[in-house]
Design a binder for this molecule. Structure first.
Ligand code: NI
Length: 200
């Protein structure tokens, strides 16, 4: 007699990305419990979506879920030679809390899968301390600087309904206003599937 068991293959799916104008991007997301249904699949799908759309980070609101989780993968970034730590910067942050930000503010050109084809300089503190749970629900407290801190700050903002274009200088914001409007109408050329508000 032997135990029968099922081998379940989880296949990661690429999910459509919710873009500028979708209200889920403006909500404060909620923490999740350990028994959140389908969490492993969700994490796999988020990685798949991020990689397939060539992003270095993806937060749950960007796939339409108002929950506090984001994934990062900086291993394919171009300027990786300057920061070798980026190569291994691939992880999931569950229920993250930035507990401190410090260091001189510096400017870095940011982009976002929810705001296709727009890149703007954003000024943020150089260092962060973050508490979170990993995919095995181990509690972690870590400090980051440089581009890794930057990616964390950008993704963390998504969980609080904030987008990088909220942080750019007002003149630049004015200059890209029509392009933001176009994105919210689905008039944007990008090679991944997007979801934008449907006007009734
Ligand atoms: Ni983003």
């Amino acid at each position: 007699m032997y135990d029968s068991y099922q081998c379940i293959m989880i296949e990661a799916k690429m999910l459509p990305v919710f873009v500028y104008g979708m209200s889920v991007l403006r909500k404060v997301s909620l923490e999740i419990d350990k028994d959140y249904e389908g969490l492993d699949q969700l994490i796999d799908d988020m990685y798949e979506t991020m990689v397939a759309s060539d992003g270095v980070g993806l937060a749950a609101p960007q796939i339409g879920k108002s929950i506090r989780i984001f994934v990062v993968d900086a291993s394919r970034m171009e300027d990786i030679d300057d920061e070798p730590d980026l190569k291994d910067f691939k992880k999931v942050f569950i229920n993250p809390q930035i507990t401190d930000e410090w260091g001189e503010k510096w400017s870095f050109t940011e982009g976002c899968l929810s705001i296709p084809n727009i890149r703007e300089d954003v000024s943020r503190h150089s260092n962060v301390r973050i508490e979170y749970y990993d995919e095995h629900w181990n509690f972690r407290e870590e400090e980051y600087d440089g581009v890794r801190a930057r990616i964390i700050q950008h993704e963390y903002d998504h969980l609080n309904g904030r987008l990088f274009v909220d942080l750019i200088n007002p003149l630049r914001k004015k200059l890209i206003a029509s392009r933001l409007k176009a994105i919210s109408k689905g008039n944007v050329d990008c090679d991944y599937k997007i979801i934008y508000p449907v006007k009734k």
